[in-house]
Design a protein around this ligand. Structure first.
Ligand SMILES: [Zn+2]
Length: 285
């Protein structure tokens, strides 16, 4: 889709499934199951959109999906189809092979957001993990890196150091503090809550306005409602405050919202149902 002087694509690495209760936190099941129907294991359908932005200084890829590191057991647990085409195939098919990517922006380092940062490479019978995008600078918030390198018992399972340490070995990481602008018009801004260092990405499309890639600040369209916060969030009250602040601005300025994990409503605009109460109006991709 054209967006100002850019062109962008939403590319799902793969669909997967997570427990509906965990995805909607304190919201009772009788409420969230009206929004999303769970399967027999109480899981809901989700996806892993990556945001490819083409324009001056690019192409840029925001987040890199789940990748190829999950065990067979984990694939089954998360309902990942081992046969379906994945991010790298899809990039290639639209003319952007891995070698063409100039920047990779990481919203955070959870396994479902940075899996294709690196890929398996076997040399002399030994397995190594090497950067998937050899020409790219990988952008990463310092606080997120620190949290990922010293996880706690609650979020340890979400982090896999094979997704980032090889990038340092290759000298391909650019660390930033509060915000960064990898290419003119694309800003990455800290919006903590889900993790201490999570960032959202904002694309200035000039006359088209701003497109916001909310990542896990608002992972799916139903999460637009302030108290609909994932059980995974480490700092839910911070998530709510950041969500209110950013969604108010997005509504006032007519931004496009991108819901990274939503297979049904990948994009939408915000409508104010009642003062301060927003809902997503779906937009066709
Ligand atoms: Zn996520």
């Amino acid at each position: 889709m054209r967006w100002g002087r850019f062109e962008f694509h939403l590319i799902a690495d793969t669909e997967f499934r997570l427990d509906g209760g965990a995805m909607f936190g304190v919201i009772p099941k009788v409420m969230w199951e009206r929004a999303r129907t769970p399967d027999s294991a109480n899981r809901i359908r989700m996806t892993t959109h990556c945001w490819l932005i083409v324009g001056e200084g690019g192409p840029v890829l925001v987040d890199t999906g789940i990748g190829e590191k999950l065990s067979e057991k984990a694939m089954a647990q998360f309902g990942v189809d081992p046969e379906s085409p994945r991010l790298l195939d899809k990039l290639e098919s639209i003319g952007y092979p891995a070698e063409s990517i100039r920047h990779v922006v990481l919203t955070h380092l959870h396994f479902d957001h940075c899996g294709w940062n690196t890929r398996r490479h076997v040399a002399d019978g030994e397995e190594h993990w090497v950067p998937t995008f050899p020409q790219a600078t990988y952008w990463l918030h310092r606080t997120e890196l620190e949290a990922a390198r010293s996880p706690n018992a609650r979020d340890r399972a979400s982090y896999d150091s094979r997704n980032w340490e090889p990038l340092f070995a290759a000298g391909q990481v650019e660390i930033f503090e509060e915000s960064a602008e990898p290419i003119p018009g694309l800003r990455v801004v800290a919006a903590p809550g889900h993790t201490a260092g999570m960032c959202i990405a904002l694309l200035d499309g000039e006359a088209d306005g701003t497109a916001a890639f909310w990542t896990d600040l608002v992972p799916m369209a139903p999460h637009v409602a302030t108290p609909w916060v994932m059980g995974y969030d480490l700092y839910p009250v911070t998530t709510m405050a950041n969500k209110e602040r950013w969604l108010r601005k997005a509504h006032r300025e007519g931004w496009l919202s991108i819901f990274q994990h939503d297979p049904e409503v990948p994009m939408g605009r915000l409508n104010e149902r009642r003062p301060g109460r927003f809902e997503a109006v779906p937009l066709a991709p």
